[in-house]
Design a protein around this ligand. Sequence first.
Ligand code: HEM
Length: 154
Amino acid sequence: MTTVDVETPRSPRRAERSGRGINLEKWGWIYMRASGVVLVVLIFGHLFVNLVAGEGVKAIDFAFVAGKWADPFWVVWDTLLLWLALIHGANGMRTIVNDYASNELLRRIFKGALVVSTVVLLILGTLVIYTFDPCPDVSADQLELLPSFCGVGA
Ligand code: HEM
């Protein structure tokens, strides 16, 4: 019988485990698959409703977004899309950094930058969704951009 020698991975630090405690690497692996399944629905639902249904892509403007976010269903949809995709993407990038950044300092810098950018984008994105004002004060020539339920727009 022939045997094959498999090279030791370049980042073996977490390979040895005591068997106690939470295995974060395992839960990260499960998260990528579970969020991937949900993201298929969220992403293709998002693309269909925004680009295909009704008038299609031509309908997208401020009033279109305001109209969607007037409905709690789309607020929850977009919040899930934001959080699941951003954490999925960041965790995927973490895997890539662990695989390819062999310099310990660089690896720490990349992963630090990933955490900071992910947290900042999650906070900013969530603030945008939940503090969005569909009927802001605008100049007279911009009134037509507002959704009809503001009572002044198109
Ligand atoms: C249709 C929705 C998606 C599905 C089904 C999906 C599925 C997956 C799965 C199963 C993995 C793990 C692959 C592995 O461990 O070998 C993965 C990795 C990854 N995903 Fe996604 N994903 C989706 C959307 C996204 C989005 C929107 C982003 C960006 C925000 C993203 C970024 C990544 C990255 C960076 C990796 C790591 C790739 C690697 O390890 O080589 N994915 N994805």
